[in-house]
Design a protein around this ligand. Structure first.
Ligand code: 13P
Ligand code: SF4
Length: 388
């Protein structure tokens, strides 16, 4: 189908989670709204059909892929990167459909930053993030109310990209900013120019690692447990803190332990250890380098032949770097494979389903953030983007 005859969209979508029927054309066998039939598509024809669907859709579609996506999916990404790079790309792309091969909070951010004529699609709505789920908007608002009730604390909220649109909206309305793993220090500097302390959501490790590298001592950081009154602290302890770290973590990165660093150094003398800042503070202290997925990829790609790297991040990126740079040794810091199971939800079958439905005039799995949430969330995202 030529691009010109594609999709007439004139409807008001109702929810983010429902497939939207725009018009129902004659449907070819194996092409349709029902995803289950795509489970039967033989692996051998997936690539050919995805390419054909992309050819038909032409410049009306752009695929954004996070570094943790599997090879079978990332090969089709027009742009790949870390969460910051993908958010920047989402904000500047012109394509009518943004198919986000990543997780839910990334697609939500793309929907917040998109232009009015665009729509964002997440090929599998089950691709969430367990860390983002560790802070609900009700918990964060309850925390904020308790901090305000103490009086005179002058707190600036900073939320990691890995959080719901509702929390980004709250952050924006309260004068705070989003950050990612590659710009957290710049955003924290910005926040400390505006307030005495920061409420950092929802990853305690990124918050601690970043603040510590900026010179804030551990004694000035407390962890807020949303299931306890005042987060589990006395008013005095909260007043003495500069960083209030939300009790949240990434189940993939928290698996890396300091003893893994010791072991890999024993087993591979001379190896360099590079880890993601979602790792525990004790692991980061023992590493040679720390950086976002994009920074890890750039570091390994710029390294000399013969160098050895133990990487503390999700296994698909580690394995890909190993394959792309066979003259370097690239291994996982943890010999037990660390997979992000939600990133893994996006299978080539989902991508094909989303693209072939687009070709048939249907937008499936659209991600749509409501306008009220969007207002504050856009503020918080744009504050971050303006700091680059
Ligand atoms: P990056 O911002 O480094 O891509 O990290 C996102 C993420 O979810 C890491 O777990
Ligand atoms: Fe979330 Fe961790 Fe997966 Fe990143 S690796 S998307 S933080 S669960």
């Amino acid at each position: 189908m030529p691009t010109g005859s594609l999709v007439e969209i004139a409807r008001t979508p109702t929810t983010a989670a429902q497939p939207e029927t725009i018009r129902v054309p004659e449907i070819e066998p194996g092409v349709g709204c029902n995803f289950d039939s795509y489970l039967l598509v033989p692996d051998t024809s997936l690539d050919t059909r995805i390419r054909a669907a992309l050819d038909r859709l032409g410049s009306s579609v752009v695929i954004l892929g996070h570094h943790y996506q599997r090879d079978e999916v990332i090969q089709f990404a027009h742009f790949r990167g870390d969460s910051l790079k993908l958010a920047q790309q989402a904000a500047r792309t012109e394509a009518r459909f943004i198919v986000f091969c990543g997780v839910h909070f990334m697609a939500e951010s793309a929907d917040i930053l998109r232009q009015p004529h665009q729509q964002v699609i997440l090929p599998d709505l089950n691709a969430g993030c367990s860390m983002a789920d560790m802070a609900t908007i009700d918990q964060v608002e309850a925390c904020w109310d308790q901090l305000e009730a103490l009086g005179g604390l002058n707190v600036v909220p900073v939320t990691y990209m890995n959080s719901s649109a509702a929390i980004k909206g709250f952050t924006g309305r309260q004068g705070g900013s989003v950050c990612t793993s590659s710009n957290a220090a710049a955003v924290l500097r910005w926040a400390f120019e505006r307030g005495e302390r920061v409420l950092f959501l929802p990853d305690e490790h990124l918050g601690r690692n970043t603040a510590y590298r900026m010179g804030i001592p551990l004694e000035q950081m407390i962890v807020w447990d949303p299931y306890q009154n005042l987060g589990g602290h006395s008013p005095g302890a909260i007043r003495q803190s500069r960083m209030i770290l939300w009790k949240g973590y990434c189940s993939v990165h928290q698996r890396f332990l300091p003893e893994h660093v010791d072991r890999v150094r024993r087993q591979h003398p001379g190896i360099r250890v590079i880890v993601h800042p979602e790792c525990r503070w004790e692991v980061v202290q023992k590493a040679d380098r720390v950086g976002s997925t994009e920074q890890i990829a750039k570091t390994v790609s710029a390294a000399e032949a013969g160098t050895q790297w133990a990487v503390g991040t999700e296994i698909h990126l580690v394995n890909r770097l190993g394959k792309e740079f066979p003259d370097r040794t690239v291994i996982s810091l943890d010999p037990n494979v660390c997979v992000c199971t939600t990133m893994f939800r996006i299978a080539p079958q989902h991508l094909l389903w989303a693209l072939e439905n687009l070709g048939q005039g249907r937008v499936v799995n659209r991600i749509l953030v409501d306008e009220e949430t969007k207002g504050g969330a856009r503020l918080a995202l744009e504050r971050m983007l303006s700091l680059q």
